[in-house]
Design a protein around this ligand. Structure first.
Ligand code: CTP
Length: 221
């Protein structure tokens, strides 16, 4: 092998996956349709490449990928705390989780009876994990996801800038073969250099590979 031509630095990578749940009472919550498959694919592929992986997962029905340190969380607040703890010793953060944007202002300690359910549940913003941790980014590589309905590119570019990301993975989740709970995805990788690489329909494992190729290349300088 020619010296330096194929050097891939091993990294410590934090990956988030799945939805979060924001409780209304002990039996009800606000959540979303994320299955966690995309984040799990990134974690699995990163382990296969020899990276150290911390996978922070919301409630999903997937088996832990062997070789990753898995931390299970429920709420956006839990996920923020777990990512915050893991950040210090990591080189890259891949935020594939579909974090709730809103949470109930008050959580009832007891099940709310049908007859007493208020017609309106008051909500407040849940913490934005990427924005909150942005001041601690330093030289770390931050990758986000923009799952949109319709053309995802304008929103992806807005989020890339707004959240200070190095790359954002944009996809249109209204397509049957690229949305929630399917094994395939059709993404565009948008970078801070305003490059947009449209990937064809491929398995989430292959998308994970493309994301990691980019992170490794960026890390190698
Ligand atoms: N994200 C986050 N914290 C949140 C919500 C989202 O860190 N509370 C991260 C997601 O993990 C993803 C990126 O931000 O990597 C974009 O998430 P998305 O839900 O598409 O965007 P939002 O910021 O929620 O904006 P909008 O609701 O307008 O789409």
């Amino acid at each position: 092998m020619e010296a330096g031509c194929c050097y891939v630095p091993l990294m410590r990578i934090v990956v988030t996956a799945g939805p979060t749940r924001e409780a209304i009472d002990p039996v009800r919550f606000i959540s979303n349709r994320s299955s966690g498959r995309m984040g799990y694919a990134v974690a699995e592929e990163a382990v296969a490449r020899g990276h150290g992986v911390v996978l922070i997962a919301g409630p999903v029905a997937l088996a832990d990928p062997p070789g990753a340190q898995v931390i299970r969380v429920t709420t956006s607040e839990d996920m923020l705390a777990a990512v915050g703890n893991a950040l210090e010793s990591c080189d890259a953060l891949v935020m594939a989780a579909a974090v709730a944007d809103w949470r109930p202002v008050t959580v009832s300690a007891e099940k709310i009876k049908k007859s007493r359910i208020p017609p309106v549940i008051r909500l407040e913003p849940a913490p934005d994990i990427l924005k909150t941790l942005r001041p601690r980014k330093g030289g770390r590589i931050f990758v986000g996801f923009a799952a949109e309905t319709g053309n995802p590119l304008p929103e992806a570019v807005r989020k890339l800038r707004d959240k200070g990301l190095d790359m954002i993975v944009a996809n249109d989740v209204s397509q049957a073969d690229a949305g929630f709970d399917v094994e395939t995805n059709r993404c565009t990788l948008v970078t801070g250099e305003d490059e947009a690489v449209a990937l064809p329909l491929m398995s989430k494992m292959d998308v994970a590979g493309r994301i990691l190729d980019w992170i490794e290349k960026r890390r190698a300088g």
